[in-house]
Design a protein around this ligand. Structure first.
Ligand SMILES: Nc1ncnc2c1ncn2[C@@H]1O[C@H](COP(=O)(O)OP(=O)(O)OP(=O)(O)O)[C@@H](O)[C@H]1O
Ligand SMILES: O=C(O)c1ccc[n+]([C@@H]2O[C@H](COP(=O)([O-])O)[C@@H](O)[C@H]2O)c1
Length: 195
């Protein structure tokens, strides 16, 4: 079975993430996509605003409508900085029979050489890169061995980010149609991102 891994801070998860995952699933013929929220994102300056439990709850709500999408809490269970090399090791140990494809946005594709122990990661998984407004992907600028592991997939350009959603929530503006409806209701009920 081919499993896509959509890793992210998901603070909160938004329709850009969902469309990226669905585009990757369809184009690469993935059987399932597992969404893995990070505990502490390895490269971001700021800690997530919502708690790990809230971010996981939002991911669970977002995937609940799709029969092939699952929320997986390996990184939240482990705690600490969520280095992908550690997660890949767990995935390989628990599921030696599955093939894994890391789904990443264009910003992350060009950042791959900076991932901790990327050489080790690329021995066990492949990558699916999605377009994202404002981020150019040029595979020729990556080391050839790494570029060979990246499949680029098209998706409608979606200029939504978690930062944008948090800002709209702070300003008490509508996020309808930017996140799934169940999630919008959850964020309002829990007064998330209001300050
Ligand atoms: N609109 C989008 N289009 C394509 N890929 C996206 C989009 N938004 C996020 N991604 C990808 O999803 C993954 C997880 O992203 P993340 O959870 O950090 O969301 P974000 O919107 O970039 O967050 P923030 O605005 O807080 O930095 C990354 O690989 C990122 O490139
Ligand atoms: O392991 C690393 O060095 C590394 C560096 C940057 C990002 N990642 C992973 O890339 C995914 C997207 O990251 P983020 O912070 O944009 O949500 C998430 O699963 C991170 O753990 C991993």
């Amino acid at each position: 079975m081919k499993i896509g891994i959509m890793g992210g801070t998901f603070d909160p998860i938004h329709l850009g993430h969902m469309i990226a995952a669905e585009s990757a699933r369809e184009a690469a013929g993935l059987d399932e996509v597992w969404f893995i929220p990070t505990f502490i994102p390895p490269h971001k300056q700021n800690l997530p605003q919502a708690s790990a439990e809230q971010r996981l709850a939002m991911v669970q709500l977002a995937v609940s409508d799709h029969p092939n999408f699952r929320a997986v809490d390996y990184e939240l269970e482990r705690g600490g900085a969520s280095y992908t090399v550690d997660t890949v090791k767990v995935l390989r140990q628990l599921h030696p029979e599955l093939s894994f494809y890391y789904i990443i946005g264009a910003d992350m594709v060009m950042y791959l050489p900076k991932w901790v122990r990327i050489e080790e990661i690329m021995e066990s998984v492949s990558f699916i890169g999605l377009q994202r407004p404002g981020f150019e992907v040029n595979l020729t600028e990556l080391p050839a061995k790494l570029a060979a592991k990246v499949q680029l997939v098209e998706m409608p350009l979606i200029e939504i980010s978690s930062t944008y959603i948090r800002e709209k929530m702070r300003l008490r503006q509508s996020v309808k149609y930017l996140v799934c409806e169940k999630l919008r209701i959850y964020m309002e009920a829990n007064q998330l991102y209001e300050s």
